[in-house]
Design a protein around this ligand. Sequence first.
Ligand SMILES: Cc1cc2nc3c(=O)[nH]c(=O)nc-3n(C[C@H](O)[C@H](O)[C@H](O)COP(=O)(O)OP(=O)(O)OC[C@H]3O[C@@H](n4cnc5c(N)ncnc54)[C@H](O)[C@@H]3O)c2cc1C
Length: 443
Amino acid sequence: MNFKVANNIEKLKILHSIIKRYSSQFSNNSFDVVVVGGGIIGCATARALLIENRNLRVGLVEKENKLSFHQSGHNSGVIHAGIYYKPGSLRAKLCIKGLQMTYDYCNKKNIPYKKCGKLIVATNENEIKRLIDLYERGMQNSTPDIKLLDEHEIKTIEPHCKGLNAIYSPHTGIVDWATVTQNYAADFKHMGGKIFYDFKVESFNENKNGRALKLRAKNNEVVITDYVITCGGLQSDKLSIMTGCKDEPYILPVRGEYLLLKSDKSYLVKGNIYPVPNPDLPFLGVHFTPRMDGSVFLGPNAVLALKQEGYKWNDISIGNTLRVLKKKGVRKLLKNNIQFGINEILKSIYLSKQLRELQNYIPNIQLNDIIRGPSGVRAQPLWSNGKMVEDLVLDCASNDPNESVKYRVLHCRSAPSPSATSSLPIADIIVDKMFKKYPKLKL
Ligand SMILES: Cc1cc2nc3c(=O)[nH]c(=O)nc-3n(C[C@H](O)[C@H](O)[C@H](O)COP(=O)(O)OP(=O)(O)OC[C@H]3O[C@@H](n4cnc5c(N)ncnc54)[C@H](O)[C@@H]3O)c2cc1C
């Protein structure tokens, strides 16, 4: 080969590499930040990133073919008012903030909601002391306008409900959280964000130059990004493990099965009616929840799902169940709550058992007024000692830029209920953390 040809080949190679670099930098699959997970937290976070800096290139990848496929589309649809949570905790503060932000956002976007209020009802003497403690907790949390009612006052709010005393929360409401998620996603796309569906992230690798990450999907599609935020809900522990991060808190999938009140009996329930919760459990107990479509949900119960996204009893993944049961903490938790667990399984099998609980509040409900309804699976995070995680946990896995993958990822490890209500302030916290850790995102 003469010198002139060799020289031209060299020039072509350089040109090729410049074009490649240019096209990868500005191609549709190259981003400053990619958010993994198209639930309410992922969509709120992607939106908040662009609100803070419109110049960022932000992508969102979701493994299903639509948004809010899991928890964000399978829940009670309540806008909570922050009564239950430990005073001073992030969970309490975020809920109160989220309550107002949700109403403001729904008003701005014309998203339908109903501020139908809520009663937490004590039906026997033993529950009254716990109800008063709960009321004091609500006051400490600054839950707006709550008051204690006697049995006659209960009837003025819910004529068919029986109880001795109740806490009344007039600002608790209902909304379709999947619609709220859609709206966050529409804002995100409007500001230039891009959403990839059917993109199940299977690996996070350092990109060739070591200055970015490559996320590969199950179908081999690839996105390149400087930084990643994972909001994987039920899969948040698996996503963390994929990036080399620790496996705890790990996720226990807990299925909540709802019953439906037949439409000709919907008049029995005006607003939300809740029991006084057992303070040792993270569930609020079987409640009556009116829905935006006019139906009324009863429940849910709480049974261990045999698959991470196991909506039915026959959704079983032996591998996943063994992975979960292998954890000492899970076994300890199950052992300590064996009676509760058995009771919840019996309630799942025999509707009459669940009915008896419901009749404590609305005695007029009969077995032929209820049918089986949908279910949702809750991501219950656990520490390895079996203690339930009660608050938001964000994991910036490493501050060492040499640990390229870990350094570039922020995991949302735990966003416990009511994180649909708290989604807007949670997103602000996540974005604030990202901007503090990677100041170049602010520019
Ligand atoms: C039964 C039930 C009732 C509830 N009731 C209420 C209520 O009334 N009010 C309230 O405020 N909150 C309620 N909650 C809580 C609330 O619904 C959740 O906290 C919230 O929806 C969590 O949102 P998320 O975005 O973290 O998770 P999710 O909605 O589960 O989203 C996670 C997303 O990540 C995706 N994903 C996972 N792995 C990957 C991967 N490898 N690649 C790409 N994508 C991936 C999933 O497909 C999913 O779409 C309830 C929850 C349940 C289960």
